[in-house]
Design a protein around this ligand. Sequence first.
Ligand SMILES: Cc1ncc(C[n+]2csc(CCOP(=O)(O)OP(=O)(O)O)c2C)c(N)n1
Length: 522
Amino acid sequence: MPTVRRIAHEFLERRGLTTIFGNPGSNELPFLAGLPDGFTYVLGLHEGVVVGMADGYAQATGRPVLVNLHAAAGSGNAMGALTNAVYSRSPLVLTAGQQVRSAIGLEAMLANVDATQLMRPLAGWSGEPSCPGDVPRSLAQAVFEAELQRRPTYLSVPYDDWSAEIDDNPVLDRTVRRGLSPDEGQLDDLARRLDTARNPVLVLGGDIDTLGLFERAVSFAEHRALPVWVAPSPHRLPFPNRHPLFRGVLPAGIGSVSAELDGHDLVLVLGAPVFRYHQHVPGPFLPEGATLVQVTDDPGEAARAPMGESLVASAGAVLDGLLARLPAREPGETAFVPNPAAATGERALHPEQVFAALRETQPADTAYVVESTSTNSAWWRQMDLRRPGSYFWPAAGGLGFGMPAAVGVAMGLPGRPVVGVIGDGSANYGITALWTAARYRVPVTFVILRNGTYGALRWFADLLGTTDVPGTEIPGLDFAAIAAGYGVPATTVSDVDDLHAQLKTTPTGPRLIQVDTELTTP
Ligand SMILES: Cc1ncc(C[n+]2csc(CCOP(=O)(O)OP(=O)(O)O)c2C)c(N)n1
């Protein structure tokens, strides 16, 4: 009879979960033993980095990804990074080694006590098989739940289960699919309301890019000449940011959103929660006279919305249904909007100069992983992103995503150049990703914006009237030296010509460019 381990390996191989991101301990070794040749194990040196890399990889490939963590301690280390994966809706299948069955109750070292509760509420599903024979089915459930919910799941497996011999399990190759088409009446109603609205507007969320609907969203907006906003706090870019119909990224305050949407009578939101607010700006949820219709495939997003109507459906089916039902409108301006001249710094480069240099030197299909919190407005002013999959941002705002996710995205998109644009504060939370990038020769460029401070916190302190706070200065960090220690070649640049020259070279492996920048506000 085959072992549980062999059945699990073969199941994972058939489902394409052959790239494992992990950091092992003794409890995990029995699962990792004898991995078939088709598997690649990507070692991360900290579990936050492991999950960040897996999140980037899952977003880049659009596929579930296996993560292997060490017992409770490794799972705990992973938890901060998991907050981002929840909101990017990344189907991560987390597995963790458990003590042998007979040692769990007596709480031997490395027993994961109450393992199924540990990752709640972040995991969409978590479990521990009731017996060795239930391991394969539980693993399949973890994969299917991750795919169906589009959310991380967690499976703890006692390590003595892997060598148990059991009957082969034919139920593993079940087909499990989602299909969330709205009915004809719902589409007719939405089409009629859009057609009769006086001044409708489209608000797109990051999910549009995740679901591969970027180009269809552009076709729809152009078909109807609809102005497009991006929903607040985007983790992906769902629409070209210099397109003539692009209006910007909505601010993340309640009152500020309704101020921006003022004058519209119908707000159609596709692929976003309504809304991911951040800074507390009291005010009405919507401008006077506006109705909002949200389309999401997440029932939770629909149920917790504080205003408007929700249709739980696939955004792709709604876009197709509306395109088929609504006549084309007269197109307006078609030329892309040129970027303004970059602001210049006095003592160091202005972040706009750095972003303009990226725009001018990097190929048009570059994927950017961004974690630089005080430079948002500079970013959108200077970038011109026209392709799907061009922009990734930590979806829950949890720092430590940028460096690892840049590695994961580069592994998941081998044909595309990848640049991580990372603040000097953010870089530290995922810094060991440099080692993985060097070890696996991942061609990724890290641009570190060194302003010596937690810039966004200074801005927040102003907003909250708490300017007299400790813990916001981070002088004395040298990322070129740190990168060298992890085996990544690095340079420090201080003028714009040097930056251009550095960026124009094509890397074959990882590299880091440290740039001193002036402080800006988001
Ligand atoms: C895990 C985690 N810890 C702390 C924070 C709070 N935080 C938000 S922005 C920020 C500063 C980031 O600094 P940096 O990357 O240098 O970007 P800057 O704001 O200077 O552009 C911090 C510490 C967070 N978002 N996530």
